[in-house]
Design a protein around this ligand. Structure first.
Ligand code: HPA
Length: 270
């Protein structure tokens, strides 16, 4: 795997104008974030050696390189979900490549369901911890010490310093936010009401189908992570309406106006 990652890295590097500092992973309906990137260069996943390929409609499947407020960034437009049938190593492959490219910090965004009754559709939530309910783990298998330790610490999966920065910027811009724990199921069905009652009792504030694998690997690789969720709906049993992917995307699109404003200012200081 190490050699494969290096091959991907070397290909991408040839297209970049600067060493990226911040890696960004965009969630469903949050693709408008690429509009805040200046001096854009696109690299299709399909052209990158060893890179997994996108399958979901509405996910573009390319890297976008450029700057946000002068900070060089590399953004994944379209991520890989475990429920699509990718292995955990494929889901997290881009994070390995990010690390080898010299990226130091990762911003992960997602659309998810709200469990905390203080939330409502459209709420933006800083993720302060995760619960891995995916039944597996991207770190399983033999370990390559060139990437990270066999038994990584996971006591601060989301950087406290980045959370403080995110809150400061949000307050300055008058962007409302909440904070909470993100529980990751595999999907692709929206959870049952009983599952939501269970994880609510476990301390989950939000539930989704992504982000946890990428966060685990980023920590393993020694990257600092900031996670921001967009609550697109209340979770099963909390909202009466049935779930619809179209509504999830629509709500994320609306919330992404505030998300863009926030991320633009924030990344400039990361
Ligand atoms: N559950 C899981 N994933 C989601 C949800 C949800 O309610 N909404 C958006 N992504």
């Amino acid at each position: 795997m190490y050699n494969k990652v290096m091959e991907s890295k070397e290909f991408i590097e040839k297209h970049l104008k600067a060493v990226p500092k911040v890696g960004i992973i965009l969630g469903s309906g949050l693709g408008d974030l690429v509009n805040v990137i200046e001096d854009k260069i696109y690299i299709d996943y399909k052209d990158i050696p060893n890179f997994p390929q996108s399958t979901v409609k509405g996910h573009a499947g390319r890297l976008v390189s450029g700057t946000i407020n002068g900070v060089p960034v590399l953004c994944m437009e379209g991520r890989f979900h475990f429920y699509e049938g990718y292995t955990m190593k494929e889901v997290t492959y881009p994070v390995f490549v990010f690390k080898m490219l010299g990226i130091e910090k990762i911003l992960v965004t997602n659309a998810c369901g709200g469990i905390n009754r203080d939330f409502e559709p459209g709420t933006l939530m800083i993720i302060n911890d995760f619960i891995n309910l995916m039944g597996t783990n991207p770190l399983m298998g033999s370990n390559d010490e060139r990437f990270g330790p066999r038994f990584p610490d996971m006591s601060e999966p989301y950087s406290k310093a980045l959370m403080v920065q995110a809150k400061e910027v949000a307050d300055e811009l008058n962007v409302a936010y909440k904070e909470g724990v993100y529980a990751g199921f595999t999907g692709p069905y929206y959870e049952t009401a009983a599952e939501i009652r269970m994880i609510g009792g476990f301390g989950a504030d939000a539930v989704g189908m992504s982000t946890v694998p990428e966060t685990i690997i980023a920590n393993y690789l020694g990257l600092e992570v900031l996670g921001i969720s967009c609550i697109t709906n209340m979770a099963t049993g909390i909202q009466e309406m049935k779930h619809s992917h179209d509504r999830v995307v629509e709500t994320a699109k609306k919330a992404s106006i505030n998300m863009c404003k926030w991320v633009e200012a924030l990344v400039g200081r990361m």
